[in-house]
Design a protein around this ligand. Structure first.
Ligand code: NAP
Length: 389
């Protein structure tokens, strides 16, 4: 039995990727749905209006699926005067915890903050995971609508629901980056993409690889983006600002050459760093392998400093002083030494890199700051190192 005052007429504000899928799902499940979106885009499967106030005035429930907190504020300000006092506002948008708390305070007990886990296919199939923050009475009223869209998990308050959603998206970003690194390693080994994807589907990021496989094949066989890199980058920026804690790799997702309108899975297929960034690092390795300082002069900018702690004292060598440490001959134990590049992050004309050098009993971690110099070539601008005893 449905509880009293169950919504019948729904207004969906925002008919982007998710909003269109949510509205179509609810209409297909028998609700009377009218949609509005800023661009005025029509939809074959939906009744749409150009007047959000008119849509809201008739609605028992107003569902928001808008890009960000600013859009939620602007749209709610515009329709506020048309909202009936008993109309529930169900906000599925991914926004900052503080923004969600502000909206909950402004709208009052009829506000449900309900960010969703899952993308367009899950919205279409009614298999989303919904984090719903509201009082029990309002939750009872909207439960039939929420259960038409997926599984409901009640959360204490709007701020917590928004924060949990951002943390969930951080793990999604991490999974995309893990798949990207696996595909890069597989490409470097010359492995066939289809076989690699088969095996990745069996492992830890298997669910993501299975869902996103059409975007990951070579060439891709996917159509339109379901969840954009721009939206995920927005979420990571919100998370970093709210937590005040570094994001590591996820911070750079939005900078991938695929562009903000590409699906998040495309970030897993973009090529690795350009070879040109690796050239000074390879020259640096040759310097150590041969003991010939000419390679260090190729690798570093002449203004570079090399810094670290040596025998308990901080040293800061100019390049000439550093080169003078090398004799022009390889170390006696060179055949047993090894060096590897662990990470390179490029940000336009600057980059950072980390290397590990195993030199006999010593292991060094070298951190590099690189710059693309005026001649278009990359050089090491500075190096700092730590010697592990
Ligand atoms: N796509 C997913 O898989 C997914 C999954 C979970 C959660 N989410 C979240 O759900 C929300 C919608 O995502 P989406 O993928 O559907 O994004 P989208 O395709 O980019 O759609 C964004 C919607 O917001 C509207 N909009 C943007 N700025 C606006 C403004 N200033 N005023 C009024 N309307 C504005 C757009 O209107 P017009 O296009 O008509 O201009 C469009 O309807 C986002 O918060 C996203 O983070 C997305």
């Amino acid at each position: 039995m449905t509880p009293p005052h169950t919504p019948h007429t729904l207004a969906v504000l925002g008919l982007g990727r998710m909003g269109a899928a949510l509205a179509s799902r609810l209409a297909a499940q028998g609700w009377d749905v009218v949609g509005w979106t800023r661009s005025g885009r029509a939809s074959a499967a939906l009744t749409v209006t150009g007047d959000p106030g008119a849509a809201v005035a008739k609605a028992d429930l107003v569902l928001l699926s808008l890009f960000d907190g600013a859009a939620c504020r602007q749209v709610l300000d515009a329709v506020r005067g048309s909202l009936r006092t008993d109309t529930v506002v169900l906000n599925t948008s991914t926004i900052a915890p503080a923004e969600a708390a502000r909206l909950a305070r402004r709208i009052g007990p009829s506000y449900v903050h309900a960010p969703v886990l899952g993308s367009v296919p899950a919205a279409t199939a009614g298999t989303l995971r919904i984090l719903a923050a509201t009082g029990q009475d309002t939750l009872d009223r909207v439960r039939p609508v929420l259960e038409a869209l997926g599984t409901v998990r009640r959360v204490d308050d709007a701020s917590t629901a928004a924060a949990l959603k951002l943390v969930a998206n951080h793990s999604l970003a991490g999974a995309v980056l893990a798949v990207r690194d696996s595909l890069r390693q597989a490409d470097a080994l010359g492995l066939p993409r289809a076989e690699v994807l088969d095996v990745l589907e069996l492992g830890q990021p298997g669910g993501l690889v299975a869902r996103k496989r059409p975007f990951l094949t070579d060439p891709p066989s996917a159509g339109a983006a379901e969840f954009t890199l721009g939206a995920l980058a927005k979420d990571m920026a919100l998370l970093a600002a709210a937590s005040n804690t570094p994001l590591r790799g996820a911070a750079g997702l939005g900078d991938t050459p695929a562009g903000p309108e590409a699906d998040i899975a495309v970030a897993a297929t973009v090529p690795g760093v350009e070879d040109a960034v690796l050239e000074p690092l390879h020259a640096y390795v040759r310097g150590h392998a041969t003991g010939d300082p000419a390679h260090f002069r190729d690798a570093f900018l002449p203004t570079a400093h090399i810094e670290g702690v040596r025998e308990g004292a901080f040293v800061s060598w100019r390049l000439d002083e550093y080169c003078a440490l090398f004799t022009g001959r390889p170390a006696a134990d060179e055949p047993a030494r090894s060096r590897r590049v662990d990470a390179v992050d490029v940000h336009g004309t600057v980059a950072t890199a980390t290397m590990t050098l195993s030199h006999g009993a010593d292991t060094f971690t070298d951190l590099f700051l690189l710059a693309r110099a005026g001649d278009g070539c990359w050089r090491i601008a500075n190096k700092a190192y730590h010697r592990h005893s």
